[in-house]
Design a binder for this molecule. Structure first.
Ligand SMILES: [Zn+2]
Length: 266
């Protein structure tokens, strides 16, 4: 039996952070994430960067370096309450501005105001968006069933009590693998509020059983796993993607299938 619940390096847990709206507090937040060696995704409204000079944009490029820049619509409308044509514009204009900022295709989103609908998702697909985060926190460590309705574990204000549960169960095969924390950097108004996120980072960081990833890295990795071609007797594995992939065989053997490689188990 082959199972996918193994991440880069054979790790079985993943932690990711997701922050919306592009506030100047992001700079301090990124410094904290870098200090603790974790990765985050920043969902930005491209309209805030219109008319900026290249020198001004370089400040933002430096701010988010090493993390993911992702869409949040160009002017922060409500996706479920606008014509699909307007939503399409909101996303494509955001993509163009953010791609100029980031220098790579920006194909993730978080729903502004948490607003989404099945119809809105049609527009997302048409715009080339591959994942989108909701604000429907489930307080669990679940992987998304549908990346266009990617429900997070919790807002950062609710994360601290869940950290111990996650860390204490790192070796359990019955605990779900992903701790996904979201919020807004503008919610950190006092030193006490900053200390909460630092306590969360102290508990979750620096653990060699955890993969620290951006949202798009998780999406890409899980897509690559799905693309593995495996022989019927589960001894030959071909990885047609550009991403190294790990799987688990018979609940004990961790197998690395390097990008582009075929491996045979003896
Ligand atoms: Zn927002």
């Amino acid at each position: 039996m082959i199972q996918f619940h193994v991440y880069p390096g054979g790790k079985k847990r993943v932690v990711t952070f997701s922050y919306d709206d592009g506030h100047h507090n992001d700079e301090r937040l990124v410094a904290l994430f870098n200090k603790y060696g974790v990765k985050a995704t920043f969902h930005l409204n491209g309209g805030k960067y219109l008319g900026k000079t290249e020198a001004e944009l370089d400040v933002y490029r430096a701010r988010y370096a090493g993390h993911e820049i992702s869409c949040h619509t160009v002017t922060h409308g409500w996706p479920a309450r606008m014509p699909l044509a307007s939503l399409t514009n909101e996303i494509m204009e955001d993509r163009k501005i953010l791609e100029h900022l980031a220098g790579y295709p920006v194909v993730g989103l978080s729903y502004p105001s948490g607003s989404y609908s099945d119809e809105a998702i049609v527009a997302l697909r048409a715009c080339g968006i591959v994942y989108s985060r909701t604000v429907d926190s489930h307080k669990r460590f679940l992987l998304p069933n549908d990346f266009l309705k990617w429900h997070p574990t919790c807002h950062h204000k609710d994360a601290l009590p869940l950290c111990d549960r996650f860390i204490n169960d790192l070796d359990s095969e019955w605990t779900h693998p992903m701790f996904y924390i979201w919020g807004h950097a503008h919610e950190f108004r006092t030193e006490e509020e900053w200390s909460v996120i630092e306590q969360i980072l102290q508990k979750l960081s620096g653990n060699d059983k955890i993969w620290y990833a951006t949202n798009i890295e998780i999406y890409r990795y899980m897509q690559a796993q799905q693309q593995l071609e495996i022989s019927a007797d589960e001894t030959v594995f071909y990885n047609p993607t550009a991403i190294d992939v790990w799987v688990e065989k018979n609940k004990k053997q961790i197998i690395l299938v390097p990008a582009g490689a075929t491996i045979r188990l003896s």
